[in-house]
Design a protein around this ligand. Structure first.
Ligand SMILES: Cc1cc2nc3c(=O)[nH]c(=O)nc-3n(C[C@H](O)[C@H](O)[C@H](O)COP(=O)(O)OP(=O)(O)OC[C@H]3O[C@@H](n4cnc5c(N)ncnc54)[C@H](O)[C@@H]3O)c2cc1C
Length: 405
């Protein structure tokens, strides 16, 4: 039997932890390097759509996900001022039937800690920031800010939107500010309240939208409030904000939104950045995964889902091709790059549709939503049925590319 490759993972976020878990499940020796001094996540919610849930189930996390999650009834589009429904995509009964897995809302910290539970303790190194990558024909080497180095057969950059590994492979290029910022907050509640429906609610307004949904079994509501803005002045990626700033930015919005925002205690504002799709993610023995490869706007709720799918497919190809890392990385890209590129571009497009400024354009859009909803409610609104349908756990490496080693 051929030796399993030694894999180094840079970044212990959602994608890095998922990759470590998927490789460990297949008997690989991995090492994961995280620059923060503890594994952690921002205080916010995350939507795990059926395509991501299929992977989490294959990683053995379904019980934990069910305990910590919330099952939304539907994705509902609403008018920002009147709360009138623009579209309704049923989820709770339809997702398992149509896509083979539920749609789950969860706190990011809960999701991350269940992924980190798959990472063997001995394989994680914290407080270690990668500063560079070099490679020759035989190995790849990551170097770190403390002067240490790590040598591996394959190195994976799962180090987020401002990826050091990506810069080392393809040159320094700043991510693109998309013209959108958002406020993120989690509001504790005593179970489902009358001003927040048990759905993934998309409130569509001029030059912005607000998404609300329950997490933690219905004990908290997550808010993502997006606004278009010409400039993002903060140097950092996120910055503290306040309830008053948030209320001022959404004056005139429906009273349910205002009632929810009035309960906000802690809020951060974020600049939203993305990049154009790439033509390749790999060079030699090094490749990229998640936001390092394909950062996207969160308008289809897919950034973490794509990182989780990438992780599973990469673990599958590395396992299938034995020592032939080159074919494994080629096979990984062939499967993942077209899909993630489409999601990146469609997420940008959704922003334009959600944020239409003129009432006439909004009325036309809502008529289209209504007609599409009558024909097939899964194909209106976000129009993400093709995203949810995909099953990374059913992926088979191409026979033509299979290693003969
Ligand atoms: C407002 C908002 C809402 C979102 N909602 C959703 C949603 O509902 N569903 C969904 O699927 N996605 C959502 N996303 C997207 C999702 O958050 C990201 O796509 C996802 O976190 C990407 O995971 P990642 O592991 O690739 O990167 P990250 O989560 O950014 O992790 C990268 C890790 O690498 C570490 N790191 C960075 N540089 C180095 C270095 N040099 N050395 C060592 N470690 C390093 C970082 O500390 C971090 O831990 C949302 C994003 C935003 C902004």
């Amino acid at each position: 039997m051929s030796r399993k490759l030694r894999v180094g993972i840079i970044g212990g976020g959602i994608g890095g932890a998922a990759l470590s878990g998927a490789l460990t499940q297949r008997g690989f020796e991995t090492r994961i390097f995280e620059r923060a001094d503890a594994f952690g996540e921002v205080g916010a919610g995350i939507q795990m759509t059926p395509n991501a849930v299929k992977v989490l189930r294959a990683l053995g996390l379904m019980d934990k996900l069910s305990q910590a999650g919330f099952l939304p009834h539907a994705i509902v589009g609403r008018n920002w001022r009147t709360a009138r429904e623009n579209f309704r995509t049923p989820l709770i009964e339809d997702c398992p039937r149509l896509y083979g897995a539920p749609f789950v809302h969860i706190h990011r910290a809960d999701l991350h800690s269940m992924l980190v539970s798959l990472v063997p303790e001995s394989s994680a190194t914290l407080s270690t920031a990668c500063t560079g990558i070099r490679q020759d024909g035989k190995t790849a080497v990551a170097s770190f800010a403390d002067g240490s180095e790590f040598e591996a057969d394959v190195i994976v950059g799962a180090d987020g939107v401002r990826s050091t590994v990506r810069n080392a492979l393809f040159g320094d290029e700043e991510p693109r500010f998309t013209g959108n910022m958002c406020y993120r907050a989690v509001v504790p509640v005593d179970g489902v309240v009358d001003f927040v429906s048990p759905d993934s609610s998309f409130w569509l307004g001029p030059h912005g939208h607000v998404v609300t949904y329950y997490v933690r079994g219905g004990k908290a509501v997550n808010i993502v409030a997006v606004s278009e803005t010409a400039n993002w002045v903060e140097e950092s990626w996120n910055a503290p904000s306040s309830r008053d700033e948030m209320l001022a930015a959404y004056q005139g919005w429906h009273s349910n939104i205002i009632r929810l925002f009035e309960r906000v205690e802690h809020v951060f504002k974020w600049g939203l950045f993305d990049r154009d799709p790439m033509t390749t993610w790999s060079s030699g023995r090094v490749t990229l995964l998640g936001d390092a490869a394909h950062p996207m706007l969160p308008f289809l709720s897919q950034g973490a889902a794509m990182a989780i799918e990438d992780a599973y497919v990469l673990a599958t190809t590395l396992d299938a091709h034995g020592p032939d890392y080159a074919t494994a990385l080629q096979d990984y890209e062939a499967e993942r790059l077209p899909r993630t590129s489409r999601v990146q571009l469609e997420a940008r497009e959704r922003g334009k549709t959600y944020h239409l400024p003129s009432p006439l354009a909004q009325a036309k859009r809502d008529l289209v939503y209504w007609i599409k909803g009558k024909l097939n409610p899964q194909k209106t609104g976000l129009q993400a049925n093709w995203v949810y349908d995909y099953d990374a756990t059913a992926f088979q490496p191409q026979p033509a590319l299979k290693s003969v080693a």
